[in-house]
Ligand binder design. Structure first.
Ligand code: DP6
Length: 332
């Protein structure tokens, strides 16, 4: 009889208010600064992991297709980390599905590595504390550490592997914000985040960004806890602008914005001056995340469409933490 251990988990994507950009120790993704984010209920990855004695190597399907070599190698490296940390010698079949476009600046790696980490550990019968899951997920993709806990999340940089994990600062229903995402381009980004992080220190601005990140994080955190949108908006925009300033001044320089992104960013500031609760933030892609007070989200979505009817809009409320969907679920 062949022994197999299977579990399925789901994790949500997240959008950072205070960004993770650059690593102190790239090999284990020990970040240069702490970061703060909100999980996105509408965007998730669902991942099934089957560890089996019958397998002679790992395999990966993404959205029901065999994964591209780069994606496979990255997942295999994470499975190696998990084998080492969890004391297993088994190989795994991994099947993952995203309900949103990959590589569009919506962090598919965050939800994917969070779901993979939870499914892989649960399948082996290990119910690890949230902190340990978060630190393990971080090794696969830094932002995945923030997709383990629920709601509004702080990832403390920490000084060592086990100290670098994320925790909830407020539950999903604490403040009904929405992310109205203007999807400018669903294409894969030209330079992925991992390569981008590696070049962060080539910008003379990175040191200034990192040194001042803790103050912005504290200010953003207090604004979330006080549900104070007026205080949150400028710090979220400043932090995004600073990260993009680092990107643009790295060697070689990285431009993730497109003309359409800037048009929306300027419009968002105008809408806020007109009284709407909205601010923008951009990750390593051209899409503009319009963070909105829930009451203004429909109006913001409509205004983005008015600016350019070709732009697809995805709306998301605040999401929960990574969850187990099934254990020992033999499928196929
Ligand atoms: C711009 O977590 O995608 O979205 O650790 O190499 O997988 P890897 O990088 P990733 O970086 C996210 C960068 C960001 C900002 C953020 O989400 O904090």
């Amino acid at each position: 009889m062949v022994t197999e251990y299977t579990a399925t988990a789901r994790a949500h994507s997240n959008i950072a208010f205070i960004k993770y950009w650059g690593n102190r120790e790239p090999g284990i993704r020990l970040p240069a600064n702490s970061s703060l984010s909100m999980n996105l209920a509408a965007l998730h990855s669902t991942t099934r992991v089957t560890w089996s004695e019958a397998l002679a190597e790992d395999s990966l399907m993404i959205n029901e297709q065999p994964a591209a070599p780069a994606a496979f190698l990255r997942v295999r490296a994470h499975l190696d980390t998990l084998r080492e940390e969890l004391g297993s010698t088994l190989y795994a079949d991994v099947a993952s599905k995203n309900n949103f476009p990959m590589g569009a600046g919506i962090a598919s790696s965050a939800s994917a590595f969070a779901a993979l980490t939870v499914a892989a550990t649960i399948a082996l019968g290990l119910r690890l504390p949230e902190r340990e899951l978060s630190a393990l997920a971080r090794r696969g993709s830094g932002s995945a550490a923030r997709s383990i806990p629920a709601g509004f999340v702080e990832w403390r940089a920490g000084g060592a592997d086990k100290e670098s994990y994320a925790e909830t600062i407020a539950s999903p229903d604490y403040w009904p914000l929405e992310d109205v995402i203007a999807v400018i381009s669903p294409d894969h980004k030209h330079v992925g985040s991992t390569a981008g992080h590696a070049s962060a220190n080539t910008s003379i601005l990175q040191r200034a960004r990192v040194e001042s990140a803790a103050d912005r994080l504290e200010s953003a955190k207090q604004s979330v806890l006080a549900r104070d949108f007026e205080a949150l908006a400028p710090v979220v925009e400043e932090d995004s602008n600073l990260m993009h300033a680092v990107m643009m001044t790295s060697k070689p320089s990285l431009f993730y914005w497109l003309p359409k992104s800037l048009r929306i960013m300027l419009a968002v500031r105008e809408w806020r001056h007109q009284g709407l609760q909205v601010c923008y933030t951009l990750d390593a892609g051209p899409n503009v995340h319009c963070i909105c007070g829930a009451e203004d989200a429909a109006a913001v979505a409509a205004r983005v469409k008015e600016l350019d009817s070709d732009i697809e809009v995805i709306r998301s409320s605040v999401g929960g933490g990574a969850q187990i969907m099934n254990v020992n679920d033999r499928i196929g």
